[in-house]
Design a protein around this ligand. Structure first.
Ligand code: MGD
Ligand code: MGD
Ligand code: MO
Length: 747
């Protein structure tokens, strides 16, 4: 099942912010959520960088920034277009960079003209003069870094938000530069790894997609027959179809209309491994779906609170999983670097490592042999009869995922990095002494065993063997309007300018070389991403170029609904008067197998009349995710033990709500939660803020009796997701938890 909380990758790395002169934090709160990154941000500040924080909520990060800018949630696209408009008018853009490396910026400049300072002020609530000044300051500071996280992604326009930010950075020439880049601070431990392995329903590992080609590529690496794999699915069509997502599976249980998207079948059984489930919006729907399944299995070190939310009394199983301290393997950090982790202690009591549980499950389902095949194959190559976990799995992963260049990684190389931590520069990640010529954690792409990894992506002023690269050529060689999609530049040490991704077909022409007959035979029909011999990649590296091509970044995505990012009002907009001018998307059928409403929901009624407050959600420093783990930790529960709503004193007192009163907070789906009001100036009069880290109380009712004895958390509270509004990103189906509407009444 897909984790639909979208992110986007980090182009640079955390310590690289030490080189930034200006750090634009928009939709992230690293002081709370990424304290280690915050240290680097504060170091940059000490060295003179200006830190700007754009957030509808005065966060702890805002408190540490040089300047805090309050924005109406869901309007970041409008803000950035207005900034771009200023930058264009004052000629502060990097024209050379755009001409040589970017396609479609003229369209962006044109669209930006619509967002005059006064129009942007009206949409975002930010004073025109502030927008103008910040745009100029950011454009003049070289380099500037841009940071975002969930404040931008959890919107119906999440994808538009995450497109407009790199567009801004490219206009300023900040992508591919030390101290620049777009730096998306990732969520969970190893969430980058989960995304690289594509624990998602729309792709195979390494972002290869779901087509027959990728399936054949992976079947080969897994040592299984493609036809056998196909026989596991109802049809080839279903094999290649995007699956349900974390946000859409409920519809697959509850709404008959949706079964059609799932080959006519209802979802009947679910296994949840390492997810809180209750952290997805429309918790009432989740509960109903959990109640309606025929069988439900949780694999978790804790009594996952979903086991508590459901009313079902049978066919509910909890398999105790080992914690990370009891396992080993490689995990990917937020900057695409992989780190080896050793086991600290053996699994305690009856808990087992996740993979052991999955091996057994495959056994019961009758395909354990195929499931473990590649592990045995890897052992055999090494003269062993038994595989070594996780080393042989790491080999499989590295060898199969060539699209993003993991093939330079190996368990041995990653362990050496972990063991020699002190031999790497903490600001540049560069190795010293025996580690010279490698960057810490081999941030991908790491093209071969002698490639050092890539600390800063898209840096085309650096040779490929030092981590240099252009933009990937992934959209053809020409745009629909006949413009070249190849970069006008080349990497240092190479005479080859912009070029396509390397394949058997074009390698001789692009590199001006001849392959031997033997080499030709080996690489026949292959591309840089499917050639297991790595011949194509190695020849490209020898010629000083990056195997995946050197192209233009495209600002116009001609095959998407919004070809360029557009501002669209949230489904439940606080500014109903702007909905006609900036409407949401048309409704979307079969979106991760669900039929999702956009404009029909937005226009269903005058939402703001009934629900007059803007609802914001975010995190607390003492808790993680559902809080399942952290609310079970005595001292963390002591630090932050109670669910609350932050409300501006003017708003509160007009509603007759005193500081500390209990209130009912009503969501737009007709659901409500009972929480304590906290008077606070961190929100303005239009907004309230609730934390996302609680569960265990459901619409005023404590569920504590439902926990098996001895497993009760120390702190419980209402879940924010019971009242967050309906709404999903148009491309990723990520739930819209960062804006919505609500109503508050004294309890
Ligand atoms: N202590 C702690 N740390 C964590 C987590 C945790 O639960 N607890 N969770 C981890 C995970 S899974 C993730 S994904 C990350 C999340 O990290 P962040 O994205 O930093 O987390 P949030 O607090 O959810 O949201 C960040 C900010 O976005 C603001 N925001 C809301 N709407 C908008 C908007 O429309 N525009 C703008 N510009 N800002 C907006 C919010 O007010 C909030 O201050 O944190 C990770 N780290
Ligand atoms: N209102 C609102 N809702 C939100 C958000 C928001 O900002 N606002 N943010 C969203 C985001 S970005 C996210 S990521 C989600 C939170 O994401 P969730 O994944 O729902 O929350 P967690 O509590 O982190 O869930 C992790 C679960 O995995 C278990 N676990 C830990 N280690 C292991 C292990 O090694 N093996 C196994 N099998 N299990 C393990 C934990 O006990 C826990 O039950 O919340 C989302 N929901
Ligand atoms: Mo997350």
């Amino acid at each position: 099942m897909a984790n639909t909380f979208g992110y986007g990758g980090m182009t640079n790395h955390i310590a690289d912010m030490n080189f930034s002169k200006f750090i634009f934090i928009i939709g992230a709160n690293p002081a709370v959520n990424h304290p280690v990154s915050m240290v680097h941000i504060l170091r940059a500040k000490e060295k003179g960088a200006k830190i700007v924080c754009v957030d509808p909520h005065f966060s702890k990060t805002a408190a540490k920034a040089n300047e805090y800018i309050r924005i109406r949630s869901g309007t970041d696209v409008a803000l950035v277009y207005a900034m771009i408009n200023v930058i264009v008018q004052k000629k502060l853009y990097d024209e050379k960079y755009l001409k040589e490396r970017v396609y479609g910026y003229e369209e962006i400049f044109k669209e930006a003209r619509k967002y005059t300072l006064s129009e942007a002020e009206n949409i975002t609530g930010i004073p025109a003069a502030t927008i103008e000044r910040i745009a100029i300051e950011m454009a003049r500071a070289k380099p500037a870094s841009l940071i975002w996280n969930q404040g931008l992604t959890q919107h119906t326009v999440g994808t538009n938000n995450t497109r407009i930010m790199p567009i801004l950075q490219m206009i300023l020439g900040n992508i591919g530069k030390r101290g620049g880049g777009v730096n998306i601070l990732r969520g969970h431990d190893n969430v980058q790894g989960a995304s690289d392995m594509n624990n998602l329903s729309d792709s195979l590992p390494g972002y290869y997609g779901l087509g027959e080609g990728p399936w054949r590529h992976f079947c080969k690496h897994w040592g299984v027959d493609y036809e056998w794999m196909k026989s596991r699915f109802k049809s080839k069509e279903m094999m290649e179809k995007t699956g349900y997502a974390l946000s859409t599976w409920r519809f697959g249980v509850l709404d008959e209309e949706n079964y059609a998207n799932n080959a006519g079948t209802q979802i009947k059984m679910m296994i949840v491994i390492g997810n809180g489930i209750s952290t997805t919006t429309l918790l009432d729907k989740t509960k109903a779906a959990l109640d309606n399944l025929e069988m439900l299995v949780f694999i978790d070190p804790y009594v996952n609170d979903v086991a508590v939310i459901t009313d079902r009394t049978d066919n509910l199983f909890l398999l105790p999983a080992a914690s990370q301290m009891e396992t080993s393997g490689c995990v990917a950090a937020t900057n695409r670097a992989y780190q080896w982790r050793y086991q600290v202690i053996k699994p305690m009591f009856e808990c087992r490592e996740d993979h052991e549980i999955l091996f057994d499950l495959a056994g019961r389902l009758g395909f354990k042999e195929q499931y473990q095949k590649s592990l045995y194959e890897n052992a055999k190559k090494d003269g062993r009869s038994e595989f070594i976990w996780p080393d042989d799995a790491t080999t499989e992963m590295a060898q199969s995922i060539r699209s993003i260049g993991l093939q330079g990684m190996s368990a041995k190389r990653l362990k050496a990095h972990c063991d020699n931590w002190h031999m790497f520069d903490t600001n540049t990640l560069e190795g010293k002494g025996p580690m010279k010529g490698q960057f810490y954690g081999l941030p991908w792409p790491c093209w071969s065993e002698s490639h050092p990894g890539t600390p800063i992506m898209y840096a085309d002023e650096i040779p490929v063997m030092r981590g240099g690269m252009g933009f990937r050529v992934n959209w053809g060689l020409e745009s629909p309007d006949g413009k070249s999609m190849l970069s006008a530049r080349g990497l240092p040490d190479s005479k080859i300018k912009g070029h396509p991704a390397i394949s058997a077909e074009n390698i001789e022409k692009v590199l001006g070389i001849r392959l031997s007959n033997e080499e030709k035979e080996i690489v026949k029909g292959k591309t840089f991403a499917t050639d297991n011999s790595n011949i194509l990649v190695n020849k490209a590296l020898e010629a000083g170029i990056c195997p995946y091509g050197n192209g233009k970044a495209r600002m116009v995505v001609w095959n998407w609904y919004d070809k360029i990012p557009l501002h669209r009002e949230p489904l439940h907009s606080f500014r109903g008067d702007l909905v006609d001018k900036y409407p949401s998307f048309p409704d979307k059928k079969d979106h991760f197998r669900a039929n999702i409403k956009y404009v029909s929901r937005q226009k269903e009624k005058d939402w703001v009349k009934e629900y007059p407050l803007n609802l914001l959600t975010g995190r607390l420093v003492a808790h993680m995710g559902t809080g399942t783990e952290t609310r079970s930790a005595k001292y963390l529960a002591e630090v932050q033990g109670e669910m609350f709503v932050e409300i501006h004193p003017n708003t509160a007192l007009n509603l007759g709500v005193n500081d500390g009163d209990m209130v009912w907070l009503h969501g737009t789906s007709g659901t409500k939660i009972l929480v304590k009001a906290r008077h606070s100036y961190r929100v303005d009069e239009s907004c309230v803020f609730i934390p996302q880290n609680f569960s265990g109380i459901y619409s005023g009712k404590s569920l504590i009796d439902k926990y098996p004895k001895g497993t009760e958390p120390y702190a419980i509270g209402e879940a924010s997701t019971l009242v967050t509004s309906y709404g999903f990103d148009y491309n990723t189906a990520c739930p819209e938890t960062k804006c919505g509407l609500c109503r508050i009444e004294k309890a």
